[in-house]
Design a protein. Structure first.
Length: 189
């Protein structure tokens, strides 16, 4: 190594020297956007259900009662800004968490949290075994490019595609290893 240079600095210096004088390369950015999807709610519900999430489409007038029914007999973490008073504070003994989302993606069945009001902290959404997420119909976009366009890249983002799951070497599915074992999604229309 050159005197006073870290390994990182030395590698970057070699890369810069290797590309010095090379012409700039234009990177095409022809992403599909503004797709026409006739039923965003239906497509999102189908795709998030493919991940073994529990999915219910609920009229907004019935949302409160449905949330109450889902939370009954559970010690639920209720993050600030969710719009409900009270909640369980101890993550180690909580049964679940209820959150809103920043955006939902119909094509992939993905929910994105930016941990803003009502979305909790990363720990609150990963530690409990049950996650109840409320998605408003107007938060559902057709694809990833539209979702990224709605997000603030400076915020912490958690992308959720179904309950936490992994497979062992024999391809036996194991749920709940890296986050909630059960994801329930209420789509408010």
């Amino acid at each position: 190594m050159a005197s006073g240079m870290s390994a990182r600095e030395e590698i970057l210096a070699k890369v810069r020297a290797a590309v010095a004088g090379a012409p700039p390369v234009e990177i095409p950015r022809g992403y599909r956007t503004r797709r026409q999807v006739d039923d965003l709610v239906g497509l999102f519900a189908e795709r998030v259900g493919d991940y073994r999430a529990i999915v219910r489409v609920v009229p907004s007038a019935e949302l409160g009662a449905t949330i109450d029914a889902c939370a009954r007999d559970r010690r639920m973490v209720v993050p600030d800004g969710f719009g409900r008073d009270g909640g369980w504070d101890d993550l180690d003994t909580a049964d679940g968490v209820m959150t809103h989302c920043a955006v939902a993606i119909a094509e992939t069945g993905t929910i994105v949290l930016d941990h803003g009001p009502g979305q909790g902290t990363r720990a609150q959404t990963l530690v409990p075994d049950y996650h109840l997420c409320v998605v408003r119909a107007d938060q559902i976009v057709p694809g990833v490019p539209e979702a990224v366009g709605r997000l603030d890249p400076s915020r912490p983002l958690t992308w959720i595609s179904g309950p936490s799951a992994t497979s062992d070497i024999e391809l036996n599915r194991v749920e709940g290893v890296h986050g909630p074992r059960t994801l329930e999604v209420l789509i408010s229309t």
